[in-house]
Design a protein around this ligand. Structure first.
Ligand code: GDD
Ligand code: MG
Length: 399
């Protein structure tokens, strides 16, 4: 893979936000075995080097009630060396959708000679283990893990950590193009093969989202939620630096990946607010605005890469209320952050009121937050899931 280097970098406390990078070649050949070539203009990572990273990477696929054919396509796009972890919140009743996903994954594994983990978000053994180690904020009614994409991602990340993986990446399950999924994972791998810090995050900016407009295909670049959230995050950065910026292009990037060190250090927030919250929480912990123990302890800088994919992103389209919900969740986490400047908070409130997300005299709801996973006692957790049917796969260490 050949990707341009970020030309501009916005430095913010210990964080380096890189400018959007373009991809020149999806496959740049075998390269120099497993040593990537990096100069001031490009990073070139050969296939062997990509595979080396992928052996250490778990790809988490959060699923909730998606068409099985779509999920199968997504699985087939994930490069073979990666460990696949499917976290499903699909119903089991009246039709056992989760059972169908399990069957499909089993069949996929038989034909590909792979092992993959599949877990239901409401799995009682996992919930009990979380309670045992005191990670209760993620548990809701009936002491089950709460609904929500972030909640599923959090479980997947925990399993990836137990499986000893060094990197964790996310891809949505409703992608129509397996080739796009493959591209995202190749981008994650290329960045991890070349990054300098063990605290690195890579976020994908979709090339476009194709839509039919007046009976023609139109390749729309920016969605409503992303445009808005990007603007708010950029204003937040500009408030502190005193310089206008448009560096953030991936505020809502569902497709993203992190080194395990970073994934363990970040706080999480619920549902679809998680992607903007990654940026917010990085700033809260490592931006140097407030006193922070995490920043004092940090030995490295944090690198955030943003890469524009070449494949268009075609997925199951959500309706307007879904988009509104996602926008609202993004605004909630910015509004409630201690690093949100007053002026921006007022503007956020105005936009939320004008969209009827909240009333003029009420504050928007606070999202739920979950503490960093590194606070967990992993040995205790492993012991608590030892009887789980997937325990051997998760804890076996030979995945
Ligand atoms: N495990 C689990 N639990 N998965 C879930 C849940 C849940 O409660 N809710 C949704 N998912 C899965 C979906 O099945 C899909 O695979 C993925 O999470 C994304 O959910 P969508 O509902 O398809 O989200 P979207 O397409 O509208 O938004 C995506 O893109 C946004 C950027 O434009 C998401 O990735 C957002 O997080 C992202 O901000
Ligand atoms: Mg989707």
């Amino acid at each position: 893979m050949r990707i341009e280097r970020p030309k501009e970098i916005e430095r913010f406390g210990a964080i380096r936000f890189g400018e959007l990078q373009r991809i020149f070649e999806l496959d740049s050949g075998p390269g120099n075995g497993d040593s990537p070539v990096v100069n001031s203009a490009i990073m070139q990572v050969g296939s062997q080097a990509l595979a080396e990273v992928q052996k250490d990477m778990a790809i988490i696929v959060p699923v909730r009630n998606e068409r099985l054919k779509l999920v199968e396509g997504v699985l087939c796009g994930i490069p073979h060396p990666c460990l696949i972890i499917v976290v499903s919140n699909s119903p089991r009743d009246p039709v056992d959708r989760f059972g169908m996903e399990q069957d499909a994954l089993q069949e996929f594994c038989t034909f590909t000679g792979k092992q993959a983990v599949i877990l239901h978000q409401k799995d009682p053994i996992i919930a009990r283990a979380l309670a045992k180690v005191g990670y209760r904020s993620v548990l809701g009614e009936g002491r089950q893990v709460r609904d929500g994409k972030a909640e599923g991602m959090l479980l997947g990340t925990l399993l990836a950590r137990l499986a000893g993986k060094k990197y964790v990446g996310f891809v949505d399950a409703d992608n129509y193009f397996p080739g796009a999924v493959e591209e995202y994972v190749r981008v994650y791998s290329a960045v991890f093969a070349t990054c300098e810090s063990p605290y690195t995050m890579v976020r994908i900016a979709w090339h476009s989202k194709p839509k039919i407009v007046e009976s023609k295909l139109f390749f729309r670049k920016w969605g409503r939620t992303t445009t808005r959230t990007n603007e708010f995050l950029n204003r937040l950065l500009a408030h502190y630096t005193g310089y206008d910026t448009d560096i953030i292009k991936t505020a809502n990037a569902g497709e993203h990946a992190m080194t395990m060190e970073l994934a363990m250090a970040l706080d999480y927030s619920s549902g679809y607010s998680i992607e903007p919250y990654h940026i917010i929480n990085l700033i809260e912990q490592f931006g140097g605005i407030h006193e922070s123990e995490a920043l004092r302890q940090l030995q490295h800088r944090i690198e955030v890469y943003q890469v524009e994919s070449r494949n268009p992103h075609l997925h199951e389209a959500g309706d307007d209320s879904h988009i509104d919900d996602m926008s609202y969740q993004a605004m909630q986490v910015i509004y409630h952050s201690s690093v949100c400047p007053d002026r921006l908070r007022k503007d956020l409130h105005r936009v939320m009121v004008s969209n009827e997300y909240c009333t003029p005299h009420a504050k928007p709801r606070r999202p739920r937050y979950f503490p960093p996973l590194q606070t967990l006692d992993f040995n205790k957790f492993s012991a608590a899931i030892a009887d789980h049917p997937q325990a051997k796969l998760i804890l076996g260490g030979n995945l």
